[in-house]
Write a protein that binds this ligand. Structure first.
Ligand SMILES: Cc1ncc(COP(=O)(O)O)c(C=O)c1O
Length: 367
């Protein structure tokens, strides 16, 4: 069986270090928000290049708490894309704000800056740039628009840990960076986890307070907050994985280059990297017209690719009647029918990659 992702393979490749980290936590005396979380926060901030990093319970909370820390809530509009994990949009609503969805650009699949003007209102307060599949969004154009209109720029870096835009790490460019550490992510825990990065000390303090009942001092709630704490076990494991993140991302890039070589010339559109960007291939996403037949064929060969995402957020039953979108969501709607994520993770064996490419090649020759 060949799956799109394989978090257990990552455990096996760092097993001794992970088991030592787990033992250290179990024999310590703090299981939530203790020394491992503090160390992870320092190490992650220094890796990303921000003054602070704050551990939270998951990536959805990272976005919700960031919007709250920015002072957003009821009546405020937040612009993002429909071609994303539904979590990005769910987090906007969890913060009490209103999501406004725009299309993505062809080829790179990230927010189309030219559509921002169409949805800007007097209530717009922030833009969430989603760095999808490991590819940075166009932060030059989005950042310039946000500065001009005094909007907060929130980076959703859940699919692009370690990626850079013009040499600067994602998560250090906007006002605040939000990361999911879901197990299959480039920096993945063995359960839920999330991180927020920022250079703004006030935002950092607010996130710390919001993640634990509004406390600055224990048991004293200064603002309404809730429980979005990170476990010591997850933090200790994330510290191990952070040490390997750059080499794991390099392995992803080299596997992606191998796919590029083997799939060149077939009737598939291969991933492209925008100029100025470093792609970290959280997902290797191709597009094609006859997706269902190729998936059926791959499945017959025990290969199980993924689809990210089959239904755009604005067409989901939970959102279709409510969310505001731009007039033209053509790229997003076409992508939902055409995207296919081929198996790729740092430990993916080259012979399996060659097998996947061969099945696709044979399928293309027959169809
Ligand atoms: C782009 C994006 N944003 C947000 C999230 C939410 O993260 P989590 O599942 O940790 O809440 C994810 C993860 O699925 C994601 O891929």
């Amino acid at each position: 069986m060949i799956y799109c992702a394989n978090p257990a393979a990552q455990f096996r490749s760092h097993q001794a270090e992970i088991e030592a980290a787990i033992r250290r936590v179990l024999s310590g005396n703090r299981y939530i928000l203790g020394p491992e979380v503090e160390a992870l926060e320092q190490e992650f901030a220094s890796y990303i290049g921000t003054a602070s990093a704050i551990g939270v319970a998951n990536g959805t909370d990272a976005i919700e708490l960031s919007l709250r820390a920015l002072g957003l809530g009821r009546g405020d509009e937040v612009i993002t894309v429909s071609h994303t994990a539904v979590a990005t949009v769910a987090a906007i609503e969890a913060a009490g704000a209103t999501p406004v969805l725009v299309d993505v650009v062809p080829g790179y699949y990230t927010l189309d800056p030219d559509q921002l003007e169409e949805v800007l209102t007097t209530r717009t307060r922030a833009v969430i740039a989603v760095h999808l599949y490991g590819q940075p969004a166009d932060l030059d154009a989005i950042g310039a628009y946000c500065s001009k209109h005094r909007l907060a720029l929130v980076e959703d870096v859940s699919q692009a840990h370690g990626s850079c835009w013009r040499g600067q790490r994602l998560g250090s460019i906007g006002h605040i960076g939000c990361f999911s550490c879901y197990p299959t992510k480039n920096l993945g825990a063995v359960g839920d986890g999330g991180l927020v990065t920022t250079n703004d000390p006030q935002l950092a303090t607010s996130i710390r307070m919001l993640r634990e009942y509004g406390w600055r001092e224990r048991y004293i709630s200064e603002i309404p907050g809730r429980n979005s704490r990170l476990d010591e076990l997850q933090a200790a494991i994330l510290r191990v994985k952070l040490r390997h993140l750059d080499s794991d991302n390099a392995k992803r890039r080299s596997l992606a280059a191998h796919y590029d070589k083997l799939l060149q010339g077939l009737p598939l559109k291969l991933p492209q990297t925008r100029e100025g960007a470093e792609h970290v291939y959280h997902l290797y996403v191709v597009t094609l017209k006859n997706r269902a037949s190729l998936v059926a064929n791959l499945n017959q060969h025990n290969i199980f690719p993924g689809i990210h995402y089959p239904v755009p957020v604005h067409l989901q039953a939970a959102y279709a009647q409510r969310v505001t979108t731009t007039f033209n969501m053509g790229v997003t709607e076409a992508l939902a029918k055409e995207v296919l994520s081929l198996p790729l993770y740092p430990e993916f064996p080259n012979e399996d990659l060659i097998r996947v490419a061969k099945v696709i090649e044979d399928f293309s020759a027959q169809s």
